[in-house]
Each structure stands twice: as C-alpha cells, then as structure tokens.
Design a protein around this ligand. Structure first.
Ligand code: GRF
Length: 198
C-alpha cells in the first residue's frame, strides 16, 4: 500500500471538521491520508484539545508574535516543512495564507466553506455572516464547498459540494447546523478523493 499522504489541518476555533477528519481516519474511511500536524492561529482553541486527544502534534502560530506578515508566514511554512506536510487542509482557519505558502503548496491546499461557492464567498464571508447573507438573499438552498486555495479568499477551483435546503423559519444558527452536518461528511470524503490523485 502506498504511503499515506501527510496532512496539516489549520484551525482557528472549535475544530469540528478536524474531528470529522480524525474520526474518518480512525474508522478506516480515510486510509490514504494521516494528520501529522494541527496548526492553530490562536492559543487555547478547542481544536487543539481535539488534536491532543488523538496525540497529534500541535503548533500555535499567532500573528501577534511576529513583527511582520512575512515573518509570520515564514514561521508557518517552517512548521509545515518540519512536519513534512504534503497537503494543507484549512478547517475554520481564519487568516489568509501568504503568497510564499500558496506558492510552495500550489494546488495542494484545500478549504471547506459553508456555502455553495462561488456564491457567498470572499472577504468577510465567514461564520454566521455567510448564513445571514444566504437567508437575506432568500436562497432556497445552501450547502458547503471544498475547494483548492489560491491567493484570493474562497476563490480556487471547487472540488465538491453538498447541498441542504433552506427551510422557512431558519435562522443563521439552524442553517449553520444543517450545513455543518454535511461538512463533516464532505470534507473527509473530498480529502480522500484528492489524495488518491496526487
Ligand atoms: C466551518 O463552517 C467551515 O466551513 C468554515 O469554518 C467553520 C469551522 O468550523 N470554514 P469547525 O471549527 O470545523 O467546527
């Protein structure tokens, strides 16, 4: 069997998508990839606890610790290199990756976004803002998208999507929960399919 693809999962918050990836791995549904590093942009987030539970190496790289964005990006790149990461998966990571990282891992950085891209993506479209915008637009359906990351927010080629209905009476919270349930299925499946091809 070929060697498992080495994944870094980048987080900034709760890490439920991280958990879905780790669960998929332990239950044999993600046999071709392993998480070797969980890197957070913030200390103290629950995603780091989840990683520790699975005995996965963690790193916290906070922007405030660096004098410039270049130094911050270089520190992230160094962590990825030290862990010999093949593919980077953003899972609720709220900072923009700099050009040095995008160039180094061109075509090998994935993200999950809680809407049907290209709609409802771009700067400021994260968390409840996405779901509020979907509701305000009167959309009949929403969902989630896994895409390749490029220099622009939520912009690279979409690899897969899952749809959910928008129900009358939905608020951002109920819609987010319905979408998140699909994210947890879609992301591990998309990562497996992506890793089969590289
Ligand atoms: C998810 O909705 C994901 O689509 C978005 O950020 C959220 C992260 O949630 N990019 P979690 O930290 O994985 O629970």
């Amino acid at each position: 069997m070929p060697k498992a693809v080495r994944l870094a999962v980048l987080v900034s918050g709760g890490g439920s998508n991280l958990e879905a990836i780790l669960t998929a791995r332990t239950s044999g549904q993600l046999e071709n990839a392993e998480v070797v590093l969980v890197l957070s942009s913030k200390a103290g987030v629950y995603a780091l606890e989840r990683a520790k539970k699975y005995q996965i190496e963690t790193a916290v790289v906070e922007r405030s610790a660096f004098a410039s964005d270049d130094l911050f990006q270089a520190a992230i790149l160094k962590k990825l290199a030290q862990a010999k990461v093949d593919v980077v998966c953003l899972a609720g990571y709220l900072r923009k990756l700099g050009p040095s990282i995008i160039q180094h891992y061109r075509g090998r950085i994935l993200n999950i976004h809680p809407a049907l891209l290209p709609k409802f993506g771009g700067p400021g479209m994260y968390g409840h803002f996405v779901h509020e915008a979907v509701l305000a637009a009167g959309e009949k359906e929403s969902g989630c998208s896994v895409h390749v990351v490029d220099e622009e927010f939520d912009h690279g080629p979409v690899l897969s999507q899952a749809k959910v209905p928008v129900l009358s009476g939905d608020n951002a919270e109920t819609l987010a929960a319905r979408v998140l349930e699909q994210e947890h299925k879609l992301y591990p499946k998309s990562i497996r399919e992506f890793c089969e091809k590289i």
